[in-house]
Design a protein around this ligand. Structure first.
Ligand SMILES: [Zn+2]
Length: 223
């Protein structure tokens, strides 16, 4: 992991943790959840001289996916001129397709601007592995916060991108029409925690933590 660096850019009024992770040698990068403020994301790519390979989405909420279309568009326009490979948006699970199609309507209701609907290049399913920037991100379908939420786990690096499934000391909200509190807790307890206490995670909002620290100390996961 010493060959890799990460930058977390909190985007939108929701301060969503858009993460850019890259290999310090090859400068190849992956972007997770470019929710908005695309200019700030692009600035980082330019400052660090990164070449993006993949854009990953954990779920369809506007603060996670609202900048994906613009990020993909700007990058691919530039890369086409350079003869570089096209960058795909991968994920979430197809069950979040309705949310990705409601980003503009939702953000208009909230008085937010600049967030755009997105159709991924490919939806993801549980068990597949995304090979990018020399790492292997395994896909876990973790519904409850949203029906198609996925979590990306890199088992060698012992790190995970958990979106809004799990937080330091809390769990994702489930008070939406499609929310499912039991499914959320089961996603965490049955799929994520068994992967190992030492796995550290970056979550959608606030500080990250580890599966072990949350297994022991997270009040929503006791009993
Ligand atoms: Zn969310």
């Amino acid at each position: 992991m010493s060959d890799y660096r990460m930058a977390i850019i909190p985007v939108t009024v929701f301060q969503q943790n858009c993460t850019v992770m890259w290999h310090t040698g090859t400068k190849r990068a992956v972007i997770v959840d470019p929710g908005g403020e695309v200019g700030r994301i692009l600035d980082l790519l330019e400052t660090q001289e990164l070449q993006v390979e993949t854009i990953l989405l954990t779920h369809g909420h506007l603060d996670h996916a609202g900048g994906a279309e613009a990020t993909r568009g700007v990058i691919n326009e530039a890369y086409e001129r350079l003869g570089w490979a096209r960058v795909p948006v991968l994920g979430p699970d197809e069950r979040d397709a309705p949310l990705l199609a409601q980003i503009e309507a939702q953000s208009a209701r909230m008085g937010l601007q600049g967030l755009v609907n997105v159709v991924p290049d490919r939806y993801l399913t549980e068990g597949e592995v995304i090979e990018t920037i020399g790492l292997s991100f395994e896909v876990f379908h973790c519904p409850g916060h949203s029906p198609g939420h996925v979590v990306f786990v890199e088992k060698t690096a012992r790190m995970a991108f958990v979106g809004d499934v799990l937080f330091k000391g809390s769990v994702g909200r489930t008070d939406f029409d499609y929310g499912d509190p039991a499914a959320l807790i089961s996603s965490i307890k049955d799929k994520l925690l068994p992967l190992g206490d030492d796995i550290r995670f970056i979550c959608g909002h606030g500080d990250g933590s580890s599966f072990g620290a949350e297994r022991v100390g997270n009040p929503f996961l006791q009993g």
